[in-house]
Ligand binder design. Structure first.
Ligand code: PMP
Length: 447
C-alpha cells in the first residue's frame, strides 16, 4: 500500500514499532478488531474531526456523512473552562482585540505584555512558589527546561512512566538517566543508594547535581504520586525534586492547588514545580515555578524564553481569568464548586465502574480513569461502539502503553452533570459486556 494516500489506508492500522530507543517506525497492517471488522480506515476509528466543543462538555464530531453530538469522556477539560465561560470568555475576546492572537515576538525581544507578567505572578501565587516563568507549550516546558537545569555530569532519576516530554528533555540534557519503578519510593531510594552514599555532602559526590522527576497524576495510569515519600527520599539524598503537575494542578486539592495541597506536602520542599495550562485552565502553555533565583536564571538562559514566541495573549488571559475564578476572585463561588464537583464526579464514576466489574487503574480523587482492555483488537471495537451511542472516549495503546496493556482512558470533568455520567456509565457497561472487558465480578445492582 502507499501509506501517503489516505484512500489506500482503508482497513489498515498503524502499528508503531520501536526500533531504537528514540526512533519509531510505522508499519501499516491489515488487522481486524475482535468482531472481525477491519481495525482502521472506518470513519469513526481515528480520524474524526471535531466541529465544536460546548460548555456542557459535549463535542460535535464530523464523520463522513453526518455530524454527531457526543458526550465527551476523553478531554482534559477537568474544570470545564474549555469552550466558553461566563467570566473568562469576554475577557479573552477583549485581550484578543487589545493584544492580538500573537505577540509575534519572543519574550526577551519585546514579546512580554502586561498579561505575561500578570500571568507569572498569578501562577506563582496559585501554586505557592516565589516566582514563575511561562512558556507557549507544556510539552516544550519539560523538553526545553530539563536541558537548562542539568547537563553532562548530572544525574536525572525519572519515574518509569513519566511523560514523553520529560523523557525527551532528559535525553536532550546529556545528563545520565536512571529510571525507578513507577511510583515506588523504595526503588527510588535503591537507585539513589547505588549512585551515592547516604549523607555524603553535595560537593563530595560523583554527580554535579541530581534531579528526581515525577508527575502529580500519571496520565496513562490515573494514579497519584506518592509525593511525601518521594520528597523524603530526595531530602535524605540531597536530590532536587521536579514535579510535573500537568494533570493535577487545578484538578485535585481542596482549593485546586494540586498534589501538594492534596497530600499535605509543603511546596517549599518541591524545588521545581512544572505544570501545563492545557487541562484545568482550558488554555495553552506551561509553567515552571520555583525560587526567585531559579526563575531569574531561566529567564536569562532558557533558549525557549529567549528565542520562542511568547504565550499567545488571549491564552494568557484565559489562564489569568480561570485562576481568578478558581480562587473566587471573580466574586462568585463557581470556582470552589468546580473543584468540589470534579472530585465528586471522579469518585462517583470510578466507584460505579468498579462495581460493574471493570478493571480501573488509578486512585480515588484522580479524574483520570483507565479502563483496561488489554487486547489491542478491543480498542477500535470499544471506541467505535461508544461513538455509535454518542459517547466519545480515548483509547490508548502501544507505544504509549505496553503492547498488551491497551486501555480506554476516561477523563472526568467538573462540567459533567450527574445525568451525563449516568448515561456514560450505562453505555460503557453495555459495551463492556459486548466487548468482554469486565474482568471482575460485578456487584449486584441495588434496587
Ligand atoms: N506533561 C504531562 C504529564 C502531560 O501529560 C502532557 C500532555 N498531556 C504534557 C506534559 C505536555 O503538555 P501540553 O499538552 O500542554 O503540551
Amino acid at each position: 500500500i502507499d501509506w501517503r494516500k489516505p484512500d489506500d489506508l482503508q482497513g489498515y492500522a498503524p502499528i508503531c514499532l520501536g526500533l531504537e530507543d528514540f526512533y519509531v517506525r510505522r508499519l501499516y497492517l491489515r488487522i481486524q478488531d475482535c468482531f472481525g471488522r477491519p481495525i482502521a480506515g472506518a470513519p469513526d476509528a481515528w480520524f474524526d474531526v471535531v466541529e465544536r466543543y460546548t460548555t456542557d462538555n459535549f463535542k460535535t464530531i464530523k464523520r463522513t456523512s453526518k455530524t454527531t453530538r457526543c458526550l465527551n469522556l476523553g478531554s482534559y477539560n477537568y474544570l470545564g473552562f474549555a469552550a466558553s465561560d461566563e467570566y473568562c470568555t469576554p475577557r479573552v475576546i477583549d485581550s484578543l482585540k487589545r493584544f492580538s492572537a500573537s505577540t509575534c515576538s519572543a519574550r526577551a525581544a519585546g514579546g512580554t505584555t502586561r498579561l505575561h507578567t500578570e500571568l507569572e505572578e498569578s501562577v506563582a501565587k496559585f501554586v505557592g512558589k516565589p516566582a514563575a516563568i511561562v512558556f507557549g507549550m507544556g510539552y516544550v516546558t519539560n523538553s526545553a527546561i530539563l536541558p537548562v537545569l542539568i547537563g553532562k555530569g548530572g544525574l536525572i532519576i525519572s519515574d518509569s512512566l513519566n511523560h514523553n516530554s520529560i523523557v525527551n528533555g532528559a535525553r536532550g540534557s546529556g545528563a545520565t538517566i536512571r529510571v525507578f519503578l513507577h511510583n515506588t519510593p523504595s526503588h527510588l531510594e535503591e537507585v539513589l543508594r547505588e549512585q551515592i552514599a547516604e549523607g555524603q555532602p553535595r560537593t563530595h559526590r560523583p554527580w554535579k547535581k541530581i534531579i528526581v522527576v515525577v508527575e502529580g497524576i500519571y496520565s496513562m495510569e490515573g494514579d497519584i504520586c506518592k509525593l511525601p515519600e518521594i520528597i523524603a527520599v530526595c531530602k535524605k539524598y540531597k536530590a532536587f525534586a521536579y514535579l510535573d503537575e500537568a494533570h493535577s494542578i487545578g484538578a485535585v486539592g481542596k482549593t485546586g492547588r494540586g498534589v501538594c495541597e492534596l497530600l499535605g506536602v509543603d511546596t517549599a520542599d518541591v524545588d521545581i514545580m512544572m505544570g501545563t495550562f492545557t487541562k484545568s485552565f482550558g488554555s495553552c502553555g506551561g509553567y515552571i515555578a520555583g525560587s526567585k533565583e531559579l526563575i531569574q536564571y531561566l529567564k536569562y538562559t532558557c533558549p525557549t524564553h529567549l528565542y520562542a514566541t511568547a504565550v499567545s495573549p488571549p491564552c494568557a488571559q484565559q489562564i489569568i481569568s480561570a485562576i481568578k475564578v478558581i480562587l473566587g476572585e471573580d466574586g462568585s463561588s463557581r470556582g470552589a464548586q468546580k473543584v468540589a464537583r470534579i472530585r465528586e464526579n471522579s469518585n462517583f464514576f470510578r466507584s460505579e465502574l468498579q462495581k460493574m466489574g471493570f478493571e480501573v487503574l488509578g486512585d480515588y480523587d484522580s479524574p483520570v480513569m483507565p479502563i483496561m482492555l488489554y487486547n489491542p483488537a478491543k480498542i477500535p471495537a470499544f471506541s467505535r461502539e461508544c461513538l455509535k451511542q454518542n459517547v466519545a472516549v480515548v483509547t490508548v495503546a502501544f507505544p504509549a502503553t505496553p503492547l498488551l496493556l491497551a486501555r480506554a482512558r476516561i477523563c472526568i470533568s467538573a462540567s459533567h452533570t450527574k445525568e451525563d455520567l449516568i448515561k456514560g456509565l450505562e453505555v460503557i457497561s453495555d459495551i463492556g459486556d459486548l466487548v468482554g472487558i469486565k474482568y471482575f465480578q460485578a456487584e449486584p445492582k441495588k434496587r
